[in-house]
Write a protein that binds this ligand. Structure first.
Ligand code: ARG
Length: 603
């Protein structure tokens, strides 16, 4: 017979004063894990099932283990009469903790935990003094690669690259906040057959290649188009271009120099966009992995993965109807061989434990295939959530108002810089309409217009589940109502203005005053603040920035519910409420930071 116990295994009352380590859900899980340890029969191990309670339900967190546990132990001589009794035991066995106000059982054994408002208030006070970084989640990896943006040389960055840049930057920021060292990699398309034609065209147009400058070439995109037209219509040129590829790949110094020149001009263009978006990343383009490809393909070959097929060398993979080509029939390497090599490099040379690739969903098959090849080679574990881990972070299309792929009237691709310019101009106009040009300095006006404009573009992209297509619409994203960056930035600025208007020194208040969460709206706001870390953790592990956007929008809604009912300045709770305002502003700013949005303080 198995023996069951309620609070008899040992005296395991947890430290009466429970310090909040940032992740509220984890703290609650720890309590329930301990209670389950006391409740289940010896030798049985169960995973703690804890979830935040839905709004309007009793309790703040719920433990849902009773039903599962019951089916595990019933008929085995248990003393319990059914799931509710198991729930009662879980509830009774919960270690005493300062965190807990009450714990009760509902329905078929749901255990509802109500947090102590006092403890919640204390935890927020502590964050205010010690800083929001004390709420950073901890992830099970030390180093990650985020491969994002990754435009192609000589082709302009377009909206697809904008998505990759914005999403990738946010993921990198969230991981960095979670104490992961992030190698932000720009896997630029700087290698491939198109360079033969580009170089030949460069030689033709600028015999003095050395001195060619960015201004001489002008728009690299049209340069690309012109050379492509020539390539398609002029057989002599085509032949020269094909020979140029061979010479370039053979390492001919003149060709290498011309190649470097073209890359450099492209790079200057890209850098301007990154600077505007305040995105940092390090270029390790396709060409970087060249010296390693032959060895890596050799390793795969020696493992017996590579077969001949129609003159090419391929890897056959279960579940795919086409093989993965790794050496073309002309002996050249391709996108997949480069990606396999880059993965090898990241795992072995850079010791990354998590590698995340941000591209449109159209490339999903490519990623699934070379991930599978890497698993087959034993570089990665079979299970895809185990570390070292790889993820393809796919995203949908950007659509225009007509529901088709986003384009401008004049050109077939939308230039990224033009979009940013327009967003800024539009938000400046809106600020001037509100008379801000008379209140602020020209610099303040410009900086606010930029923060709001660029923030709007980023947020409109991030707030949707990345896999769905989204419609690019300036009017919508720049509206000050609804779930937009403008609304959120204004909400933050308004909080800051309340604090300023109070005339109180907030840093002084943090040290001397107490926070109380006595009213339901104060408590709901406080609870949401405390859920910040678990939200970031969820957004990280599922690689979903929209989870954080959702949280931020909810936060400002909860703040509004609080502020519309409770007076702050001049009330007897003024000091406490100012602290709550400040905590809200601090968390909002951190969210903005993680989303790559610059906060504004005045509006
Ligand atoms: N250059 C590619 C493109 O523009 C994206 C590269 C993504 N990264 C990678 N490791 N494949 O489509």
């Amino acid at each position: 017979r198995l023996s069951f116990a309620t609070r008899s295994k040992s005296v395991t009352t947890m430290a009466a004063s429970q310090e909040f380590t940032g992740n509220l859900k984890h703290e609650v899980e720890k309590l329930f894990a301990e209670s389950l340890r006391l409740t289940v029969p010896d030798g049985t191990s169960v995973d703690t099932e804890v979830a935040a309670s839905l709004p309007g339900k009793p309790g703040d967190y719920q433990c849902n283990n009773a039903m599962g546990l019951w089916s595990l132990i019933k008929g085995k001589g248990t003393q319990f009469r059914g799931p509710p009794a198991v729930g009662q035991a879980i509830s009774k066995n919960l270690p005493a903790s300062e965190m807990v106000e009450t714990c009760s059982v509902a329905g078929p054994g749901f255990v509802n935990l109500v947090l102590s408002s006092k403890w919640m208030a204390k935890s927020i006070e502590k964050m205010l003094v010690e800083g929001i970084d004390t709420w950073a989640p901890t992830l099970p990896v030390k180093r990650a690669v985020v491969d994002f943006s990754s435009p192609n040389i000589a082709k302009e960055m377009h909206v697809g690259h904008l998505r990759s840049t914005i999403i990738g930057d946010t993921l990198a920021r969230m991981l960095e906040f979670s104490k992961v060292e992030v190698l932000r990699r720009n896997h630029v398309g700087d290698w491939g057959t198109q360079f033969g034609m580009l170089i030949e065209y460069l030689f033709e147009k600028f015999p003095d290649t050395e001195s060619v400058t960015e201004t001489a070439i002008g728009d690299l995109q049209s340069f690309y188009k012109q050379s492509k037209t020539k390539f398609d219509n002029d057989t002599d040129f085509k032949e020269k271009a094909q020979k140029a590829v061979v010479r370039l790949q053979g390492g001919d110094p003149i060709y290498r120099k011309a190649w470097a020149k073209i890359c450099e001009i492209s790079r200057t263009e890209f850098a301007k966009v990154y600077q505007r978006l305040k995105v940092e990343l390090e270029e390790k383009g396709e060409s970087f992995y060249n010296p390693y490809i032959a060895n890596v393909i050799g390793e795969l070959d020696s493992k017996g993965l590579i077969e001949e097929s129609e003159g090419a060398r391929v890897i056959f993979l279960e579940g795919f109807n086409i093989p993965l080509m790794v050496v073309k029939s002309d002996g050249g390497f391709n996108y997949a061989s480069t990606d396999l090599t880059a993965l090898w490099y990241r795992l072995n040379e850079e010791k990354a434990e998590w590698i995340v690739y941000v591209t449109d969903v159209g490339q999903q098959q490519h990623f699934n295939m070379f991930f599978k090849a890497a698993r087959k080679a034993g570089w990665l574990p079979e299970s895809d959530k185990t570390y070292p881990r790889v993820d393809h972070v796919g995203f949908g299309l950007v659509l225009g108002d007509d529901g088709k792929r986003f384009r401008t009237r004049s050109s077939d691709v939308v230039r990224l810089v033009d979009l940013l310019d327009e967003a800024k101009t539009r938000s400046k106009t809106a600020l001037i309409e509100r008379g801000k040009d008379k209140e602020w300095t020209a610099e303040e006006l410009d900086q606010t217009a930029e923060a709001v404009g660029y923030g709007a573009v980023k947020y409109a992209d991030l707030k949707n589940n990345r896999l769905t297509n989204y419609t690019f619409n300036f009017d919508q994203m720049l509206s000050d109502k609804g779930n937009t960056a403008v609304y959120l930035l204004y909400a933050h600025a308004r909080i800051c203005s309340i604090i300023r208007k109070s005339g109180k020194d907030i840093d002084e208040l943090k040290k001397t005053e107490k926070l109380a969460l006595d009213h339901p709206e104060e408590r709901a706001l406080g609870l949401h603040l405390l859920r910040f870390a678990e939200t970031v953790e969820e957004a990280c592990s599922n690689l979903l920035p929209n989870v954080l956007c959702h949280y931020l929008y909810d936060l400002s809604e909860r703040y509004t519910s609080f502020y519309s009912i409770h007076q702050v300045i001049g009330s007897k709770e003024e000091a406490s409420r100012l602290l709550l305002c400040e905590a809200t502003a601090v968390v909002m700013r951190k969210c903005f930071h993680l989303l790559g949005i610059t906060p504004v303080y005045k509006i």
